[in-house]
Design a protein around this ligand. Structure first.
Ligand SMILES: [Zn+2]
Ligand SMILES: [Zn+2]
Length: 165
């Protein structure tokens, strides 16, 4: 553990990938599925994204890394990664679903620009607390939540405002 704290980000990423690999392998085993080399490469590519990604971006990333894996294989692997809890569907905006790797990552919510697609992550203690309170009021036991606010980022809003003048 102490070793991990002293690691730089790159090394941390590698350690996380080893742990995530193990988690994914165990999950697949429990479903009596094989951990194929294609599945391994997809997970590795996912870990090279520091932020959100969609299927197309993942396809391109794999190609950049010299791995030609079909979109169909990626589409079949995504639900397994979701079920294993390694990634989540972060947002859905304009027919595009973005995923993100949540392995060893702190919970956060998102602001998404409907003009340029920029995603801003945030964490707000007050909002988190309020949600807990709402659940309590309804005797509801939360297991997860995803808050996404759609709108215009600062740059896009400036541009749009200018055009309207
Ligand atoms: Zn924007
Ligand atoms: Zn995020």
């Amino acid at each position: 553990m102490i070793l991990r704290l002293n690691c730089n980000e790159k090394q941390n990423e590698e350690i996380h990938l080893i742990d995530a690999n193990q988690k994914f392998e165990e999950f697949l085993k429990s479903k009596e599925l094989k951990y194929t080399s294609e599945r391994k490469l997809i997970l590795k590519a996912i870990f090279s994204f520091h932020k959100h990604f969609d299927v197309e971006e993942l396809f391109e990333k794999l190609r950049e890394q010299g791995n030609h894996i079909s979109r169909a294989t990626i589409y079949r692997t995504i639900p397994l990664l979701l079920q294993s809890g390694l990634i989540i569907e972060a947002l859905h905006c304009q027919d595009k679903t973005s995923y993100e790797n949540i392995f060893n990552k702190k919970h956060h919510d998102h602001l998404v620009c409907i003009n340029c697609g920029k995603i801003i992550e945030f964490y707000n203690e007050k909002i988190e607390k309020l949600q807990e309170e709402v659940c309590e009021q309804h005797n509801f036991v939360p297991t997860e939540h995803r808050l996404g606010i759609k709108g215009y980022c600062e740059d896009c809003y400036k541009k749009i405002k200018k055009e309207g003048e």
